[in-house]
Write a protein that binds this ligand. Structure first.
Ligand SMILES: Cc1ncc(COP(=O)(O)O)c(C=O)c1O
Length: 386
């Protein structure tokens, strides 16, 4: 797999363990992006000349692939966004501002990435709705129930801190029984799990292309057709309109209603290759088991999040050692791990921490790299713990 990724030819020594932040790109995605600019580039959806029609066909093909990737019932349920953050903000500002009222409850877990928390804080301030939180235990498992008056549940499919995979289908069933809609942040799940939005029965599902071996600046929002058709656009401009008068306009049906302006054409086209790549190469969970076992051999190392079902990432803290120092020492050995608050400050506080280190794994990692991480940690600690 490593050979498929040109970055490792440029940096043969690199051990990249920060795929939860962003993944490196396989050759097929880089080539698709280059070709989309160098050979096939034209605007989409607007022009009659052949290059534009061909670019439009490629752009629309990604919508079909993304629908298959998520098992959506219709390609029109796929909206291209700039990423997960953009997608969640779209739901908050379109669905949320239209349908939420003072006294309604927005239910969010304590474990969310800031991208799935701050947009709901803003919505609560705008609408008078109240935020309530699903608590988690110190294993990183949610202790959830759906309180009365809940109108919207916003929850990650998998946590970027603990790695926990949450029981989304069960949560959707309970939320729907209460009359609430469910928005799923799939940023960490989409690269690893086979997603089936119809089986989950979630109402919205968001993920980012760049965490799925695709380009930056492009992501996907899935929304049930019946919801999207009732939602207003939040951005006005080209492509999203049907008829424009000086005083008012009518809008296209979804998804184009939500894709105002010239989109990220080449990036959407290259995303097609990335999604096919993930479909072909999803990794096995034995890798996480091995990494967890090996890291547990390090004295004083505490793994943050020990749920039975996890995506392959391990956040950790080592007694008496600052995570930034750990990450810096590992970097000297060309091992790239993340350190910091992981964009989830409330979640870390729950563990009594403000910062952690995180090793997260992608398709290009190997068992031997796990061994090198563990060796690197042990050597670093000999120096740092003196
Ligand atoms: C769980 C989760 N949600 C949302 C995001 C935000 O994704 P993006 O920055 O691509 O919009 C991330 C990124 O780290 C994430 O891990």
């Amino acid at each position: 797999m490593r050979d498929e990724f040109p970055i490792f030819q440029a940096h043969p020594e690199l051990i990249y363990l920060d795929s939860a932040a962003t993944t490196h790109k396989p050759r097929c995605v880089i080539e698709a992006l280059t070709q989309a600019y160098a050979r096939d580039y034209a605007t989409v959806h607007r022009a009659a000349y052949r290059a534009s029609l061909a670019a439009t066909a490629q752009y629309d093909q990604t919508r079909i692939t993304a629908a298959r990737f998520l098992n959506a019932a219709h390609p029109e349920e796929i909206i291209f966004t700039r990423g997960t953050t953009d997608a969640i903000n779209l739901v908050a500002q379109s669905y949320g501002r239209t349908y939420l009222q003072p006294g309604d409850v927005i239910l969010v877990s304590e474990m969310e990435h800031h991208s799935n928390l701050v947009p709901w804080q803003m919505l609560a301030q705008q609408t008078g709705a109240t935020l309530q939180f699903i608590p988690m235990n110190l294993q990183g498992v949610l202790e959830w129930h759906i309180p009365s008056n809940t109108k919207l549940v916003a929850i990650a499919h998998a946590s970027n801190v603990t790695g926990t995979i949450h029981p989304i289908a069960e949560i959707c069933r309970a939320a729907h029984a209460m009359g609430a809609v469910v928005v799923v942040d799939g940023a960490q799940a989409a690269p690893h799990l086979k997603i089936d939005v119809q089986a989950l029965d979630c109402d919205f599902y968001a993920f980012s292309g760049h965490k799925c071996y695709g380009p930056t600046g492009v992501g996907v929002l899935y929304g049930k057709k019946s919801f999207l058709e009732q939602m207003p656009p939040i951005q006005g401009g080209g492509d999203m309109i049907e008829r424009v008068e000086l005083q008012a306009s009518t809008y296209q049906m979804p998804p184009l209603r939500f894709e105002a302006g010239t989109p990220m054409i080449a990036e959407v086209i290259a995303l097609n290759l990335a999604l096919e790549f993930v479909e072909q190469h999803r990794e096995s969970s034995s890798f996480l088991t091995y990494a967890t076992e090996q890291m547990q051999t390090i004295p004083g190392l505490q793994i943050i999040g020990t749920a039975p079902d996890k995506v392959p990432l391990i956040s950790f803290h080592i007694a008496g050692v600052h995570p930034l120092d750990v990450a810096t020492m590992l970097d000297l050995r060309n091992i790239a791990v993340r350190s910091g608050h992981l964009c989830a400050q409330p979640c870390l506080r729950k563990f009594g921490l403000t910062t952690v280190a995180r090793a997260s794994f992608g398709l290009y990692n190997s068992f031997s790299e796990v061994d090198q991480l563990v060796d690197g940690l042990k050597s670093s600690l000999r120096i740092l713990q003196v």
